[in-house]
Design a protein. Structure first.
Length: 417
């Protein structure tokens, strides 16, 4: 097993190669990586089955860990989608002609070595590798112990593909140390890591933000809200909430809080309970547990919300439900409790829509659509490195452009100051 220092030194050496690759070379390598995932599917699935069998995760979190032949095919297609995107490196972002004749160009350049610390989502392995390669970066991956065998086999396939394409395997590396000390070594790898991206729960992200001495992008836990305005179409609202909560509750863009305008609460909340709880139970599906504030509890039965329920990313079949006076009080509630990920309003009133868009300061704000669309693939980015909930450098789904920086190239003919 290589030490973290050995892995980092190899990655630092490989980043010089990555930065000079042509678009054609990168796309050829990406195609080989996509092919390798398909050809190695049986081996990857066997490793994944071992991880799933050994895990003690909740059912919804186990779903994030589990791979199928279809999901591996989707991972492969995600790599191919990245290959089809424009190369983000070498773009001239701005031109300046100075009065003294200096010609200045602001040009996009790779970050260098991108480190990614993530938990039980093995698809992050291939997504991160593809995005880093296309953006001219080397990557060092540190996955969670629950998915280690799966991620390790995926990296083996990707490295084999890189070697077959005549590129350094160290363009994609993985730490075999899944301990906290191993994560800490990446957080403090100054001089080796140019950018650190954590993907996981609140604890992991908080640890990186508080302890990293390398540049770190804060990706989001998702306490995502849906506000149902008094002008909402009820059927649309039910469809959106159902999709946002139940289509895949273990992901960060799933809805965790529903706020309902006080004028429609007596009518709408019973319909919401029937849709998410009663009907799902009758069909043999997991009912959504509704955790109700004092006002919502007047109209439907459910669990009374505790002090932390409106500040919790459940990642499960649980939805906090509250009644609010209007769009302004809904926005105020969101400001107090949101993690800045994704929020939605369901409304036909254009003034309410505009107010929500103006007042809600999250990375993605929706009108009459599910929060589940906050995703790199859905946004046309091929796949994503994560969802940034900060405002500096990157915000929202992080694709190729967010993995580049820029430098100024200045051409003169002897100017002095």
């Amino acid at each position: 097993m290589k030490t973290m220092e050995e892995i980092l030194r190899e990655a630092k050496s490989a980043k010089a190669v990555a930065a000079t690759l042509s678009s054609e070379r990168k796309n050829q390598a990406l195609s080989a990586m996509a092919d390798a995932l398909i050809s190695d599917t049986p081996r990857i699935l066997a490793a994944n089955q071992a991880d799933v069998s050994a895990s003690r995760l909740s059912p919804s979190m186990t779903d994030r860990l589990t791979l199928t032949e279809k999901r591996i095919a989707e991972m492969s297609e995600g790599i191919r989608a990245v290959a089809k995107l424009p190369d983000p490196v070498g773009r001239v972002l701005e031109k300046i002609l100075c009065p003294n004749g200096l010609k200045i160009e602001k040009v996009s350049v790779p970050m260098g070595v991108v480190a990614v610390i993530y938990e039980s989502r093995p698809n992050v392995t291939s997504d991160a590798a593809a995005l880093c390669l296309k953006s001219g970066n080397a990557c060092v991956l540190r996955g969670g112990k629950e998915a280690f065998s799966t991620s390790f086999e995926i990296v083996k396939s990707l490295r084999r593909a890189l070697s077959s394409a005549g590129l350094p395997a160290a363009l994609v590396s993985m730490s075999e140390d899944t301990s906290r000390e191993g994560a800490g070594a990446l957080m403090r790898a100054r001089g080796f890591v140019d950018l650190l991206i954590p993907r996981g729960g609140a604890g992991l992200i908080r640890s990186c933000v508080e302890n990293a001495t390398v540049p770190c992008i804060q990706t989001g836990t998702g306490i995502c809200h849906i506000y149902v305005d008094k002008s909402a179409d009820f059927q649309m609202a039910l469809d959106i909430i159902d999709n946002a909560k139940t289509s895949r509750p273990s992901v960060c863009n799933a809805a965790e809080v529903c706020l309902v305008h006080k004028n429609i609460a007596p009518t709408f909340l019973p319909l919401l309970k029937e849709r998410l709880t009663d009907e799902r139970g009758k069909r043999g599906q997991t009912p959504v547990e509704l955790r109700l504030d004092e006002r919502a509890a007047k109209y439907i039965s459910g669990t009374r919300a505790g002090a932390e329920d409106f500040d919790t990313e459940f990642l499960d079949y649980i939805l906090a439900v509250g009644v609010t006076d209007d769009v302004y009080s809904a926005a105020e509630h969101i400001s107090a409790h949101s993690t800045g990920h994704s929020e939605a309003i369901v409304a036909s009133d254009e003034e309410a829509q505009s107010a929500f868009l103006s007042l809600v300061d999250s990375a993605a704000v929706y009108v009459n659509a599910s929060t589940r669309f906050t995703d790199g693939g859905e946004f046309g980015l091929g796949c994503e490195m994560g969802i940034s909930t900060q405002k500096l450098h990157a915000r929202g789904p992080m694709g190729l452009n967010e993995l580049t920086s820029w430098k100024y190239e200045i051409r003169g003919n002897g100017q002095i100051r």
